[in-house]
Design a protein around this ligand. Structure first.
Ligand code: CUA
Length: 340
C-alpha cells in the first residue's frame, strides 16, 4: 500500500519558514555578507577591487532588471492569453523585434563597454617592487628576488603602492585570489603569469587558492600583510638578517634533531646547512601568523601538534610524520619556535 503524504498542511508553515530564513541567512553569511568584511570582493580595499565591485553591482542591477521585466511579461502572457489556437501576437511583430533583438543588443553592448572599461582600469601600473609567488600543493612560496628573502603563506607588501606579482606553479594549476584587493589570476607550471596588487591601507587581507588543485585545495590560504612604507622597509631589513643561533641547551638539541632527522631535506633555514626547497622556508618562522597555509594559528602548541602528526590537520599534504621521542619533539619545537 502506498502511503500518501498529507498535503493539507501549510507547505510554508511557521517552522518551515524559520528554517528557510535560517538557510538564507547562512547562505548570505557564507557568500560574503558577513559583517566583518573579510575576504569579500564586495568590500574593496583598493582602486582595482573597487572597479571590479562596481562592475559586479552594475551587472547585478542589469540582470535583476531584465529578470524582473521577463517575469512580468511572462506573467502577462499567461494571464492575459487570448483565446484561440492561432491568435496573433497581441503587441505586434515590431514589439518582438524591439524587445527580442534591439534592446538585448543594446544591453549587451553596454555590458561589453563596462567590462572593457574595467579591464582598462585594471592595467598594471608602474611599480618598483616585484614579488614572485609560487603555488605548491598546498601552500604558497613567496620570494622577494631583489632582497633575497623567501617566506611562505604570507605576502608582505607596502600599503598604498602597487606591487607586481610574478606567478608560477611548482606542480599543478593554482589561482591566486585576494578578493579585497584585486581579481584572480592562475598560477601555471612552466609559465609566468603577471598580476598586481595594491592595498589602500595597512592591514591583513585574506586570500585563497581559487582553482581546484587537489584534496586540500580549500586549505590553501594566503595572507596579504600591508605595512606602512617605513615598517615595510624595516621588515625587509629584519628578514634579511640570518636567524640567531640556538641559545639554550634545548634549542641546540632541537637544531641537532632538525639536521639529523628528515626535516632539513625539505625545509631551509637561512644561515644553517638546511637548504631544502620542497617545503616552506622556515627562516623567521616565529613571525608568521599561521601554520600550514592558514590551517592553524602559529602557536607553540599547534607547532608541536603539527610536527607530531601533519596528516591529522591536513590529510594528503606532503609532510610525513616524523617519529620522535617526546624530548626530541619538545627540543625541536623549542628550536623552531625561537626562529625570529
Ligand atoms: Cu591551490 Cu587550489
Amino acid at each position: 500500500m502506498i502511503s500518501r503524504r498529507d498535503y493539507s498542511e501549510d507547505p510554508f508553515s511557521g517552522r518551515r519558514r524559520r528554517r528557510c530564513w535560517l538557510a538564507l541567512g547562512a547562505a548570505l553569511a557564507a557568500t560574503g555578507c558577513h559583517a566583518d568584511h573579510r575576504q569579500s570582493m564586495l568590500h574593496p580595499e583598493s582602486a582595482a577591487a573597487a572597479e571590479i565591485a562596481w562592475l559586479w553591482w552594475l551587472l547585478l542591477a542589469i540582470c535583476a532588471a531584465v529578470f524582473f521585466v521577463v517575469v512580468l511579461l511572462t506573467g502577462l502572457a499567461v494571464w492575459k492569453r487570448p483565446s484561440g489556437a492561432a491568435a496573433p501576437a497581441p503587441l505586434g511583430n515590431r514589439f518582438i523585434l524591439i524587445c527580442g533583438a534591439v534592446i538585448p543588443a543594446m544591453i549587451l553592448a553596454g555590458i561589453l563597454y563596462a567590462s572593457v572599461r574595467t579591464q582598462v582600469a585594471l592595467r598594471m601600473p608602474e611599480t618598483d617592487l616585484t614579488i614572485r609567488v609560487i603555488g605548491h600543493q598546498w601552500w604558497w612560496e613567496v620570494v622577494y628576488p631583489d632582497a633575497e628573502i623567501v617566506i611562505a603563506n604570507e605576502l608582505v607588501i607596502p600599503a598604498g603602492a602597487p606591487v607586481r606579482l610574478e606567478l608560477l606553479a611548482a606542480d599543478v594549476i593554482h589561482s591566486l585570489w585576494v578578493p579585497n584587493l584585486n581579481g584572480k589570476t592562475d598560477l601555471i607550471p612552466d609559465k609566468v603569469n603577471l598580476m598586481w596588487l595594491t592595498a589602500d591601507r595597512p592591514g591583513v587581507f585574506r586570500g585563497q587558492c581559487a582553482e581546484y588543485c587537489g584534496v586540500q585545495h580549500a586549505l590553501m590560504a594566503l595572507r596579504v600583510v600591508a605595512l606602512e612604507r617605513d615598517a615595510f622597509d624595516d621588515w625587509i631589513r629584519a628578514r634579511q638578517q640570518p636567524v640567531a643561533g640556538p641559545r639554550t641547551a634545548a634549542q641546540r638539541r632541537g637544531e641537532r634533531v632538525f639536521m639529523q632527522e628528515a626535516c632539513h631535506n625539505c625545509h631551509a633555514i637561512r644561515g644553517t646547512p638546511a637548504v631544502g626547497t620542497r617545503g616552506p622556508d622556515l627562516t623567521h618562522l616565529k613571525n608568521r601568523r599561521t601554520l600550514a597555509a592558514g590551517v592553524l594559528p602559529n602557536t607553540r602548541e599547534n607547532l608541536k601538534d603539527w610536527i607530531a602528526d601533519p596528516q591529522r590537520h591536513k590529510p594528503g599534504n606532503l609532510m610525513p610524520r616524523t617519529i620522535l621521542s617526546p624530548d626530541d619533539l619538545a627540543a625541536l619545537v623549542d628550536y623552531l619556535d625561537a626562529l625570529e
